[in-house]
Design a protein around this ligand. Structure first.
Ligand code: FES
Length: 107
């Protein structure tokens, strides 16, 4: 399993808010919503749309792909609506003081 990587400071992302970060060679969207932190691959599983550019709905815990509107669960990466049918990868987030760390899940 990979290590936790420092990606940002908590002050950089409002609640609700999102930020595109790099973890190794991977693009990950870091999400702050309702006091919690989440990290997903910045890839819509329909056709590769950038989830970091889509609207976040902290109330329902979803983010929408800006290309064709597929909705994903920010906690699990599950695809909730068409045209996406497969989950995007959800990664582990750890907060230490004002620092945000992400550990990539394999895959
Ligand atoms: S690329 Fe995301 S819905 Fe099509």
């Amino acid at each position: 399993m990979s290590d936790f990587v420092l990606v940002a400071k908590t002050s950089e992302i409002p609640d609700p808010g999102q930020l595109l970060v790099e973890v190794g060679e991977r693009l990950v969207v870091l999400i702050h919503a309702a006091g919690h932190w989440y990290a997903l691959d910045d890839i819509c599983t329909h056709d590769g749309g950038p989830l970091s550019e889509g609207p976040l709905d902290a109330q329902s815990g979803t983010i929408v792909c800006p290309r064709h509107g597929a909705k994903f669960d920010i906690r699990t990466g599950a695809a909730l609506t068409m045209p996406a049918t497969k989950p995007t990868m959800a990664h582990e987030v750890k907060i230490d003081g004002d620092q945000i760390f992400v550990r990539l899940r394999d895959g």
